[in-house]
Ligand binder design. Structure first.
Ligand SMILES: Cc1cc2nc3c(=O)[nH]c(=O)nc-3n(C[C@H](O)[C@H](O)[C@H](O)COP(=O)(O)OP(=O)(O)OC[C@H]3O[C@@H](n4cnc5c(N)ncnc54)[C@H](O)[C@@H]3O)c2cc1C
Length: 399
């Protein structure tokens, strides 16, 4: 019987799954298929250290080639899976070869959503190669327009500003990163960017890009040398969809991350799973890490439901944003002595459902870890204590 396990997508979730399979004692044939030329790597540094020039690809990699070889993980690079045939448990690669699997993980992530118009001065940021291409252009004095005031756009803006570029951010919505952040945190981000000299325009729509300017729908023209586009990502669902798997905004999975086809799992940015009763995808490091690991365990027959509280972080200038859980209609804020803030999102019974921390450096990280424990503990909290910077979160956790 064929016992081969195959992972399609040699990114963060796929790479983590491969390493976990070996850590868990799986000793059969293990193939990791990637379309990029590189070893599996983490993407968060792309808009930070890699763009700045302080981090190289090896520092982002999940492991080196010697480790992959020692673990007997067959990494096929630059040769995407092009066809999936779940009925016969096999898939085809772009070079034509067919591979048969006993279990399959789809961790195909996504690609940067593109403008309809191709233009030489327009850059995207999803892959390491795209980060290097953009970095080459970020010279002191260069005029950069960032399209999209979400996390990637804002991180690019902050890094480019640090490199001495003149930066304008164009956001179509009324506030920054509105999909992921409560208004108070969006405002704090906006204030920091403006204070650092980023020219942020809200409620503006892009008409088109010229070689020396972007044209807005309202007639304004913003002169620039280059444009970085951060308008979201498009999940790579085509392989799964053409193979007959159920897809929505991602590859649909059950509580154990199993797709609609037996023996096929999905993990990471491409995985659409139920959270709080609704199908959604999480485009975060934490999710790729946790689901990659989790899918590996279930490929080995463990049948464990995936139950991790979601969370993410973002670094902009020398400030850090950390978040865990979900936004709710009711929130309480706490001003921190260093100028930062914590925002607690509560349900109607004053139990914590989510939290956001915004502070210099990495300072909010510890508080947000404690918030995760408060969410799991599911205890009703005293609102006045939450707002009071002198009440430690540890104290609240002790009840
Ligand atoms: C610039 C940037 C900055 C980020 N910063 C943060 C941050 O600060 N905090 C945070 O929480 N998250 C951050 N993220 C998000 C985080 O990096 C992603 O959530 C994570 O990389 C998702 O991992 P993944 O394995 O699902 O997808 P990916 O890492 O995208 O890996 C999928 C891989 O599969 C490949 N692939 C696709 N189709 C095929 C095919 N048919 N055959 C073979 N291979 C295929 C893709 O090319 C890719 O290499 C950032 C992302 C980016 C792009």
């Amino acid at each position: 019987m064929n016992q081969t396990l195959i992972i399609v997508g040699a990114g963060h979730a796929g790479g983590r799954a491969a390493l976990t399979l070996r850590e868990e004692g799986y000793s059969g044939r293990l193939i990791l298929i990637g379309d990029e030329a590189h070893l599996p790597y983490e993407r968060p540094p792309l808009s930070k250290g890699v763009l700045q020039g302080s981090t190289d690809l090896a520092e982002c990699s999940l492991c080196d080639s010697a480790r992959l070889a020692a673990l007997g993980i067959e990494h096929i690079a630059g040769n995407p899976a092009s066809r999936l045939d779940p009925q016969h448990h096999r898939l085809q690669l772009a070079d034509g070869q067919w591979l048969t699997y006993a279990g399959l993980l789809l961790a195909t992530g996504g690609r940067a959503r593109r403008l309809p118009q191709e233009q030489a001065n327009v850059f995207y940021l999803r892959t390491h190669d795209e980060a290097l291409a953009l970095r080459n252009e970020l010279k002191p004095g260069a005029r950069l327009v960032v399209v999209g005031g979400g996390f990637i756009g804002l991180e690019v803006a902050a890094t480019a500003r640090g490199l001495g570029c003149e930066v304008t951010v164009l956001e179509a919505g009324p506030r920054l990163a509105a999909r992921a952040l409560p208004p108070m945190i969006s405002e704090a981000l906006l204030a920091l960017h403006r204070q650092q000299g980023v020219d942020v325009h809200l409620n503006v729509a892009l008409e088109c890009v010229h070689a020396d300017a972007v044209q807005l729908v309202d007639g304004q023209r913003v002169p620039c040398d280059l444009v970085a586009v951060g308008i979201g990502m498009q999940p790579n669902i085509e392989l799964a969809a053409a193979g007959g798997l159920e897809v929505g905004q991602g590859i649909r999975v059950d509580a154990c991350l199993r797709t609609s086809a037996p023996d096929i799992y999905a993990a990471g940015d491409v995985c659409e799973f139920r959270l709080g009763g609704v199908y959604q995808r999480q485009e975060t490091w934490r999710n790729a890490e946790a689901q990659g690991r989790h899918a590996a365990l279930n490929l080995l027959g463990k049948e464990l439901p995936f139950e991790r509280v979601p969370g993410f972080w973002s670094d902009q200038f020398d400030w850090g944003l950390h978040s865990v859980g979900a936004m709710t209609a009711r929130s309480v804020s706490r001003a921190l002595p260093d100028g930062g803030l914590l925002l607690f999102c509560l349900d109607t019974n004053a139990r914590l459902q989510g939290a956001f921390g915004w502070a210099p450096g990495n300072r909010a990280a510890r508080d947000i870890k404690l918030c995760e424990r408060l969410i799991t503990a599911s205890i009703a909290l005293d609102v006045a204590s939450l707002a009071d910077a002198d009440t430690s979160l540890k104290h609240l956790l002790r009840g």
